[in-house]
Design a protein around this ligand. Structure first.
Ligand code: AMP
Ligand code: MG
Length: 490
């Protein structure tokens, strides 16, 4: 039995990149959830993790040899306002491990107490948000979407004060790295050119090694980050994910979804959907997400200007060229994804128009985004089971129109009905972490009942595999079950 073998590259960067800080010692930790599959992917010793030492390690009570705990410095635009110093205010990076596939992964405790970056905060995390992040991040991973992961969640044995008193908890988060757009902004704001270069070199070596071979490595880095985010945003939009706080400090340079705060999934299709209680103007509404990502990437490009050209004009031209690739890349990824959602293996020029027409009908008829695509595939399987699709529309005749358009387009496909529905069901999830379900799990957990958490976690682990006993989990909320607002809970 052995503790994790750490190999920490971030602490080899200059001292001003982080503060060394130990996690707070939780008075009475107890393990709520352990992600065994992820643990073995990381090459961790399960017997050790499940033992007493492992439990202490996962809650921040035991610092194992090789772990060099730090809080990272970063800045960020929060709702478009620049804050020159944010940083890990309630998270401590324990170190990095090399996983079974040779990939470097950060292991971080979130909710591990105050750090030099805590500002006014208590450095703690409440049970509700920890369970939300655990469920939603793991659901995203099961959907095949790049994301930070959740290795474990523990109660700390403390009570913390939020809107109400809540049990304190700590999440063990795993990421390709925790380097954010805001990490670059921290140094740009201080005109620390050496730090920007060192950070860019670190990121190239760690995440985008092929950029090192390019004629202009830093331009290649920017292009690679733009490409990763364009792909990521397309994936979000295809499953109806709303991040909720796309501040620049919440955009990971590695292209993973990070910082699950007030995130939620669409039920009815509507681009103006906002759940986050702090997003009063709808800046981070579902339909705004791609353009916000580009806004954040533009802030990233600004931090790199000194590396992109010998004169400011040259540098700006290089940055603009790279940023200009976002829209076509997003459109291509989203368009291809939409085609698969509709069951089209081939590609036609008017597919985007068709998708937009159908989405518009879904919006005006308050159609559940996720259920629609599952039922659509059933409408092929049984050779015309239209009723389940029609039921989703406020005006069922609008569904007839949609089905007519869709079948017209399907007629130009060569594949069999079985093949088409198979493809559709492999990209259209039956199960997403619907907000009312997540809230119900949290309410039960606050009453000491983790059964619903375990059940939902199991349901979401195979999102494309519909199982008869879980049919209720496919359903959108009834009117009285609807949860309209989510909170960061920080
Ligand atoms: P977030 O909204 O989680 O992206 O966090 C934004 C910033 O606030 C980050 O610098 C966090 O570390 C910090 N922060 C959030 N919650 C707390 C807390 N409870 N105590 C200290 N800092 C916090
Ligand atoms: Mg954040």
């Amino acid at each position: 039995m052995s503790s994790p073998s750490f190999d920490n590259s971030y602490v080899r960067l200059p001292d001003r990149f982080f503060a060394r800080v130990d996690p707070a010692i939780p008075p009475a930790p107890s393990l709520l959830a352990l992600n065994r599959r992820l643990a073995s992917e990381l090459g961790l010793d399960l017997d050790w993790l499940e033992g007493a030492e492992g439990g202490d390690f996962l809650a921040g009570r035991l610092i194992v040899p090789g772990s060099e705990p730090i809080a990272a410095a970063y800045a960020g635009h929060q709702f478009a306002n620049f804050v020159p110093q944010l940083g890990d205010g309630r998270a401590v990076l324990l170190g990095e491990v090399i996983d079974r596939q040779g990939r470097r992964r950060d292991i971080q405790l979130k909710g591990a107490g105050r750090t030099p970056f805590s500002r006014g905060g208590d450095g703690r995390a409440a049970l509700g948000p920890v369970l939300r992040e655990y469920l939603v991040s793991e659901a995203m991973a099961a959907l095949g979407i790049p994301t930070t992961r959740s290795l474990a969640a523990s109660l700390t044995g403390e009570t913390i004060e939020r809107e109400t008193s809540q049990p304190g908890a700590v999440l063990v988060r795993v990421a390709s790295s925790h380097i954010r757009v805001g990490t670059f902004q921290y140094f740009a704001a201080r005109q620390d050119r050496d730090a920007i270069r060192a950070l860019a070199d670190h990121v190239i070596a760690r995440h985008y090694p092929s950029a090192a071979e390019a004629e202009q490595p830093y331009a290649a880095l920017l292009e690679a980050v733009v490409a990763a985010q364009a792909e990521l945003l397309a994936r979000w939009m295809l499953v109806g994910f709303i991040h909720g706080v796309m501040n620049t400090d919440n955009m990971a340079i590695a292209g993973e979804t990070i910082d699950y705060g007030p995130c939620a999934f669409l039920d009815a299709y509507d681009p103006s959907t906002v759940f986050s209680s702090i997003d009063r103007d709808g800046r981070y509404a579902f339909g705004n997400q791609p353009q916000i990502a580009l806004w954040d990437l533009t802030r990233f490009a600004e931090t790199l200007l000194q590396l992109l050209g010998d004169t400011p004009d040259d540098a700006i031209a290089v940055a603009e060229t790279a940023l200009a690739t976002f829209k076509p890349r997003f459109a291509a990824a989203h368009g291809n994804g939409m085609r698969r959602k509709f069951g089209f293996a081939s590609s036609r020029d008017d597919d985007a128009d068709l998708a937009n027409t159908i989405l518009a009908a879904m919006q005006s008829n308050q159609v559940d985004y996720t259920l629609f695509f599952r039922r659509l595939s059933q409408a092929i399987e049984t050779g015309g089971a239209d009723e389940p699709v029609r039921e989703l529309f406020v005006d069922p005749t609008a569904a007839d129109e949609v089905l007519h358009l869709w079948r017209g387009r399907l007629a130009s496909e060569r594949q069999s009905a079985v093949e088409i529905s198979h493809m559709m069901n492999s990209v259209n999830p039956a199960y997403i972490p619907r907000n009312h379900r997540v809230e119900a799990v949290i309410r039960a957990a606050l009453d000491g009942n983790l059964g619903p958490f375990e059940e939902l976690r199991g349901v979401l682990s195979e999102p494309f595999h519909a199982r008869q006993q879980f049919v209720a989990f496919e359903q959108p909320p009834l009117e009285h079950e609807r949860v309209r607002a989510t909170f960061c809970g920080t």
